[in-house]
Design a protein around this ligand. Sequence first.
Ligand SMILES: NC(=O)C1=CN([C@@H]2O[C@H](COP(=O)(O)OP(=O)(O)OC[C@H]3O[C@@H](n4cnc5c(N)ncnc54)[C@H](O)[C@@H]3O)[C@@H](O)[C@H]2O)C=CC1
Ligand SMILES: O=C(O)C(=O)COP(=O)(O)O
Length: 435
Amino acid sequence: MNTPGGNTLSAAEHTCALICCLSRDIPNAVATMRAGKWDRKNFMGSELYGKTLGIIGLGRIGKEVALRMQSFGMTTIGYDPIIPGTVSAEFGVEWMELEHLWPRVDYITVHTPLIPQTTNLINDAVFAKCKARVRVVNCARGGIIDEDALLKALESGQCGGAGLDVYINEPPTDYKLAQHPKVIATPHLGASTVEAQKRVAVEIAEQFVDLMKGKSLFGAINAQAMNNALSPDTRPWVELGRCLGTLLGKLGVNPKHGVSLLAYGQVLKNAGQYLSAAVLAGLLGNSTHCGCEGLNLNLVSAPALAKKLGIQVQVSMHDIATNFHGPLVLVTIDNQTVGGTASGGQPLLESINGTQFSPLAALSGQVIVFKASADPGLLATIAGLIAGKGAHIQGLSVSGHKGGTQWGVVNLQTAPEVGLHGISAAVQSAFSISF
Ligand SMILES: NC(=O)C1=CN([C@@H]2O[C@H](COP(=O)(O)OP(=O)(O)OC[C@H]3O[C@@H](n4cnc5c(N)ncnc54)[C@H](O)[C@@H]3O)[C@@H](O)[C@H]2O)C=CC1
Ligand SMILES: O=C(O)C(=O)COP(=O)(O)O
């Protein structure tokens, strides 16, 4: 789990505190007083008013830093590859390309993740493009500012001071930077406030509750792409994927032979990742082939488990299906294919192995799925047998036939076992599912 929002304000305030300390060299001044010295000459500071702050990374923390430093009268300019200028303008930051930003700034603060594009983002070449005595702050991740380049720039005077809360190695393997007189160094304290820790604890607890209720994946690490997977629009498709996976698991296919997922329809254009995760969650928890039968898997754990088991998943998205009007998901494993759609928030089974259901069968509640010899009287026979056992039928749908067999789905109000035993003599095979 991570709780990205909980410590935003604390990290932003810490950044602002470092900027303020840099402008007046407060820590060094404090040290002289502690040493019993009254030294007013060596601490001529400079105002923040009228100075320009360059903010690299205009996400949660970058934005809060901007809003706070504007109250000191700083001009805030910034860069972020994702946040456009129209958005940053709403919080008073003029967006510009880095090349235009470097020569204009008096202070730079970085608020990006540490990724290849941001590693050593502030380096020798960048210091050379900045005004002399530019001050830099890193409260994000060690390594965004090249530590060697920073030390050189501090020595040469090109950099007038640095506020650092994070380091390439934590704790640092050498304290050269932290001990430099022009550096104000804190030991990764950005999130260390009573309020942030409380917020983070509450957020983590809420995330666990949501995750257990299947409500949300927000905060689950490695699941950024899934954060929208349980929005009202996508939820029925996630549920459909899980149902189709469950059905295939019960059909006895071996997931280790590979999963192929075809999705048709504009609405599913961006659904590949969460659909396949949902199929895997249903499939692996219901398969006898992988040693994970009965596990309650979710959109995060299922793909991770599939990867561990070496299960290949092929996903392809298409605009429209040829023989079905509307969005359609087809999942094939071991030459067995199940197809489904969602309507009115409800997952529906469209086909098994190319035989189409009419009406489409609801994949919810207590369900019996059976395979039988093609027979025009099949529907009536099955209904009679199940009703004869005293089970209440909510829905019954049979597919067209192919090669002399057809499939059927019975939706029951009562436990499916009762009906299952009733029909066993009239079908080739049958199994029950609780969706
Ligand atoms: N010192 C501490 O204790 C704390 C440090 N952090 C760190 O602060 C950083 C920022 O956190 P948040 O604002 O919450 O993250 P965020 O995800 O809200 O914002 C990060 C922003 O960086 C941008 N970005 C990505 N690549 C970029 C690039 N090449 N150039 C410029 N911008 C780029 C993203 O588009 C995004 O808008 C993270 O590295 C986080 O780990 C966060 C909390 C506490
Ligand atoms: O949330 C972050 O990115 C942090 O850097 C906070 O780190 P911490 O939880 O204080 O070890």
